[in-house]
Design a protein around this ligand. Structure first.
Ligand code: EAX
Length: 338
């Protein structure tokens, strides 16, 4: 049966309408997408790492609670080292970061109080101090150099690995070429312990593999995630320093956001950090047994008193002499009962 002119006209009109609505739809979508603020967030580490667990959780929380933000995570050293990410946050080319405390001390000397050797006796104490007034005061100190400190997530207690010899007492550290973070404190600390410390950004697998350095120190999650057991034979549970991540934003950018969004972003980061701290703690025993299974020779009970004795006077070094650093160190020591 032949169609009437009217039917043909109707059909053409309908097709046009469909095409038009598709175009219109994509416009609406584009406009909708453009209305979102993209937050560029940097971590130096690879997916599955401690920093990434926090970053992914933050993205999930914020994007589920708000239609106004999209979090774009830059990971796996795509933005450079943690020091370089911090510089990019200062310039606001990156708005946020989950960054290990170590490299912060070049920007804000007070940050080295968190990494004061053998400061914290337990995770419970860590939470009390960092979430209490001393930790919050430290976050505020970051504002001097343009960072908004939002929360602390966790790298963990750091342990020594090396490929030269088993380390049981501090004497065994003597002369080892140890990679340390790009941090003033960490370099001084390992010099005091008798090593030959070499500051480098992360990652360092190739340097370990090629023997440019003999060892390094990091929490168990990092040693496992980065497969350092392939290039390091000996692990000593020194726990010499507790290492946090400081979760920050560019201060000016953050303060330019509506107050309710500032609250939301801060709350999402606090929640992500809490989640991530539990992740680290719940998995630590598993990381240790994985490392043993992978063939690492582990000293679980090193002579820590020999390590403590070597760094007993660290407070007297220049790096702790600034008035503001001294005052905060006193607060931290008091908070842990030292
Ligand atoms: O989190 O540089 C370091 O040793 C850090 O711990 C590293 O970013 C892994």
């Amino acid at each position: 049966m032949s169609r009437t002119i009217i039917e043909i006209i109707k059909e053409v009109a309908m097709r046009r309408l469909l095409v038009l609505s598709a175009i219109l739809g994509s416009f609406i979508w584009v406009n909708f997408a453009a209305a979102k603020t993209t937050i560029r967030l940097g971590v130096v580490t690879i997916p599955g790492s401690a920093q990434n667990i926090c970053a992914d959780k933050f993205k999930e929380l914020l994007e589920s609670k708000s239609d106004d933000y999209e979090v774009k995570i830059y990971h796996s050293a795509s933005l450079g080292s943690e020091t370089e990410i911090l510089q990019q946050i200062q310039m606001n080319t990156v708005q946020m970061g989950i960054i290990t405390d170590g490299p912060f001390d070049v920007f804000v000397p007070e940050v080295r109080v968190i990494n004061y050797p053998f400061l914290f006796g337990s995770y419970q104490q860590v939470d009390e101090v960092l979430d209490g007034p001393a930790g919050q005061e430290l976050l505020e100190r970051l504002e001097k150099v343009g960072f908004k400190g939002l929360a602390y997530s966790e790298n963990g207690f750091r342990n020594l690995t090396n490929n030269k010899r088993p380390v049981h007492t501090v004497e065994d550290v003597s002369g080892l070429k140890i990679r340390v973070m790009e941090s003033v404190l960490h370099k001084e600390l390992w010099r005091m312990l008798g090593a030959n410390p070499t500051p480098m950004g992360w990652p360092i697998y190739t340097e370990l593999q090629q023997g440019t350095i003999d060892g390094q120190e990091n929490p168990l999650s990092v040693i496992w995630t980065y497969k350092l057991y392939e290039v390091q034979k000996y692990l000593t549970l020194t726990g010499h320093v507790y290492s946090a991540h400081i979760d920050v934003a560019n201060l000016k950018w953050f303060e330019g956001l509506p107050a309710k969004d500032q609250d939301l972003i801060r709350q999402c980061m606090i929640e992500a950090a809490k989640y991530q701290r539990s992740w680290n703690r719940n998995n630590e025993a598993g990381f240790l047994s994985n490392l043993k299974e992978a063939g690492m020779q582990v000293d679980e009970h090193p002579d820590l008193s020999s390590f403590r004795a070597k760094v007993a006077n660290i407070q007297e070094l220049d790096i702790y002499q600034g008035a503001e650093t001294q005052q905060l160190l006193r607060e931290f020591l008091k908070a842990v009962g030292q």
